[in-house]
Design a protein around this ligand. Sequence first.
Ligand SMILES: *[C@@H]1O[C@H](CO)[C@@H](O)[C@H](O)[C@H]1NC(C)=O
Ligand SMILES: *[C@@H]1O[C@H](CO)[C@@H](O)[C@H](O)[C@H]1NC(C)=O
Ligand SMILES: *[C@@H]1O[C@H](CO)[C@@H](O)[C@H](O)[C@H]1NC(C)=O
Length: 502
Amino acid sequence: MRSRKILMIAGFLVTWTFVIFYFMPKTNGEFPLLKNRRQHTVEKLEQNAREEYHKTDKLMINLLGILQSKYLNEPPEAEEQEAKESHIASNSNNNNNQQQTILSLQEPPANDKLLPDEQRQQEDLQQLQQEVLETPNETEATQQRMTEAATTVITRLGNNQPVIPVLVFACNRVSISKCLDNLIKYRPSAEQFPIIVSQDCGDEATRNVILSYDKEVKLIEQPDQSDIFVPPKEKKFKGYYKIARHYGWALNHTFSKGYEFVIIVEDDLNVAPDFYEYFLGTHQLLKQDSSLWCVSAWNDNGKANLIDTSHPELLYRTDFFPGLGWMLTRELWQELSVKWPKSFWDDWIRHPEQRKNRVCIRPEISRTQTFGKVGVSNGLFFDKYLRYIKLSEEFVPFTKMNLSYLLKDNYDRTFLKEVYTYPVVTYDELRRNLITRDGPVRIQYNSRDVYKRTTKMLGLMDDFKSGVPRTAYHGIVSFVHNKRRVYLAPNVNWKGYDLSWS
Ligand SMILES: *[C@@H]1O[C@H](CO)[C@@H](O)[C@H](O)[C@H]1NC(C)=O
Ligand SMILES: *[C@@H]1O[C@H](CO)[C@@H](O)[C@H](O)[C@H]1NC(C)=O
Ligand SMILES: *[C@@H]1O[C@H](CO)[C@@H](O)[C@H](O)[C@H]1NC(C)=O
């Protein structure tokens, strides 16, 4: 019984507490004290609101500051910024309206009058907005800077491999498509080997062919189409003057982008499957060995019967500058560009004053082949010679090979020494197959005439440039005759090239 009473009292107390806790707040509104408190809360909220407005002001100022600085300093945001800018500019007629709208957002609704502090902020803000609205002029400069930044070229890839542009020289041959098809077909990476076509002459049809490659190639145009000065007695060589001017401009332009190497190709060249691999495999040698100044894809004596087709990996050093698909470094261009000639640049470059005993690397089997005969260089030479130069068909993994045998010290120690260990034979013995032993042989020459006569009989190129026979290294010309390696070589005590032999 007693416990039931206690239970009832406890139950009552619990219910009472429950009622007080849940129903009291509902009637609280009637208590004057609470009314005061609520008013207080509202005031506090208002104050908070004002503070929030101040913060918003500050945020707006910050935001405008950020926008402005972004706009003036940050290239990647260019287009976005520009869009904003032009939007603002297009509304420039109702500048005031717009400003007002922006400002009205800042005004604390409860306060008509701004406190000095707020006023200053408003003024700051206004000034900033004004600046933003008035920058289209500065924007142009910025935009230009941004465009420049956007076109800043990549000269090294992520793996630190160099980007090596292929600079194709074009004028008015629409058959350039053959050259470009080939270059694109074998290109292992468009990123590493951007193809830049430089056009002179402004021929519309050729230009359209180049443009039809869209993003595969980049077209640049030689801007100086003024009539070129040619001395009266050289009138017929005007084309060579234009070529020299074109080369000078295009190389200057391309190297100015920061590339370390450039491969030069003419619009009438086909390239071999390992064309890029060849230049990629040899580019380091140009940096390592200061006696090297070019890598050429061309073998002047590259006719099928004069080469060893079973050794497409074979490379040589040569004192003769072959051109026809060749690579040079920026350092070399810096040296040559300041004294670049007005015409006949290839003969000029071969002169001792330019060459300074430097040599090129050339392959046993050409990595380029010329298909064009219409143009500045004469068609006869093409028909008689150039068309028979064999284009290599195999892919040689040059980048995976040890090519240090081509460095001067290694090469001179082996190649030069070996050549003079081979037995001397006469052209007659060779022709009549009277040589009993296997292996390479040497034919000696000691005069210009003997050289000329012998090369003509063997089907080799017989000319000299600045006294250097084509493909020669220290006067030695290497070729194949009836599957035998033959070296046409001067005496052991050779003293150097004779300019008068040209
Ligand atoms: C750029 O603005 C400045 C004043 O800030 C003015 O003197 C100049 O003429 C403007 N330039 C152009 C190209 O509008
Ligand atoms: C290349 O540019 C350099 C530096 O601007 C200049 O000195 C040189 O004459 C230019 N060379 C050619 C061939 O345009
Ligand atoms: C590359 O060849 C040279 C000789 O031309 C040799 O001295 C060198 O050890 C070789 N390097 C490698 C990594 O095989």
